[in-house]
Ligand binder design. Structure first.
Ligand code: 5GP
Ligand code: MN
Length: 336
């Protein structure tokens, strides 16, 4: 979907715009939001990015980071901005349950709604729709929107680097099946527009703390469970791990990929207990659709090969539930 013409018409007057994205924002969530933020500001609109909760410090380098409002920390001011907004842009999510405490406000908002997203089965019914589940990243859709709306000259270095960060991370550094020739062409354009790919990848991937690396060693040695017969590998991370290794938000990101990198493994998971919440992340190679699995058993969703969900059970009950369900479900799929 591409409602560029109707959006353009709506934006012919100066508007108050809020951009939001999913809880626990990742590089695509924040990069696409800030990329769009800079573009809409350059058109003269009054724009504010509000994220549901905080994000890891390896994302704080993005241009415009200092202007981002965190809903959990500024609820009154955020609610005021949402009440006054003419347009709420929802980026990189497509169901209001992904924005935590902002859900109620967003569901009842008077503002028009714009959706820019690449997740399956969108629940949000937008006035301006830029949803496309074949896109590798929401940042790719923001790039397409800007080109459609205006032209490449509207993309400065700041926008180019925000969008590049989203594309680089959501494609797993150009390794996931979503890595099309089109996305490489888009990235080539972003480089021509000034994106420094070495700088962005260092800022995102090469900022480990020693604690995080020691935790990685610990997780690989002690926390990785492998069921070769079922072709499943998963980590269970508990609150003690967070305490002992002084883990910060984002420190467990990417860990699940180590489980998936084991030869013969087709489904990987990480089950994390943190601050009274149990969060699961799933990854797969090939046919096994982890979004359906997450949706059916863990109230979540996502993409066919990368999804997530939550659990109200204890950590060990959650592990048992996962183990028995994955065994039953995965045996139905053929080997790679
Ligand atoms: P991650 O494992 O990196 O947190 O999430 C992978 C993908 O799964 C995300 O792109 C997102 O689409 C989806 N996802 C993660 N957690 C949830 C969840 O709780 N609910 C839904 N619907 N999707 C999720
Ligand atoms: Mn994304």
């Amino acid at each position: 979907m591409k409602d560029t013409a109707v959006l353009k018409n709506f934006l012919s007057d100066s508007r108050k715009i809020v951009i939001t994205t999913h809880a626990n924002p990742d590089a695509d969530a924040l990069g696409s939001s800030l990329g769009l933020f800079h573009f809409l500001k350059s058109l003269g609109h009054d724009v504010q990015v509000i994220v549901p909760n905080s994000y890891p410090d390896f994302l704080e380098w993005m241009a415009g980071n200092g202007t981002v409002m965190i809903y959990e920390d500024n609820q009154t001011k955020s609610d005021e901005l949402l009440d006054e907004a003419d347009l709420l842009f929802c980026l990189d999510f497509s169901g209001f349950n992904r924005i935590k405490r902002m859900k109620e406000k967003a569901e009842n908002i008077e503002a028009k709604i714009g959706l820019i997203d690449h997740h399956l089965n969108p629940e949000i019914k937008p006035d301006f729709n830029f949803w496309n589940d074949t896109a590798a990243a929401t940042a790719e859709l923001v790039y397409d929107l800007i080109l459609d709306y205006s032209d490449a000259k509207a993309i400065d270095v700041d926008i180019a680097e925000c969008l590049y960060a989203g594309i680089m991370t959501d494609t797993g550094s150009f390794r996931h099946p979503s890595t099309s020739s089109k996305i490489h062409r888009t990235v080539a354009d972003l480089i021509d527009l000034g994106a420094d790919v070495n700088k962005v990848s260092r800022l995102i991937y090469d900022t480990n703390s020693l604690d995080r690396l020691r935790f990685l060693g610990h997780a690989l040695a002690e926390k990785l469970r492998v069921d070769e017969k079922a072709r499943v590998a998963y980590f269970v991370i508990d609150e003690n791990d967070f305490k002992n290794f002084r883990l910060k938000q984002g420190d467990t990101e990417g860990l699940v990929n180590y489980a998936l990198s084991i030869k013969g493994i087709v489904v990987a998971a990480i089950i994390i207990h943190k601050e009274n919440e149990i969060k699961l992340s799933f990854r797969s190679i090939g046919d096994f659709a982890v979004n359906k699995f997450a949706e059916e058993y863990f109230g979540g969703g996502g993409h066919k090969n990368a999804s997530g969900g939550t659990s109200d059970l204890t950590l060990s009950e959650t592990e048992e539930k996962f183990k028995s369900l994955i065994d039953q479900n995965i045996l139905k799929t053929k080997p790679e």
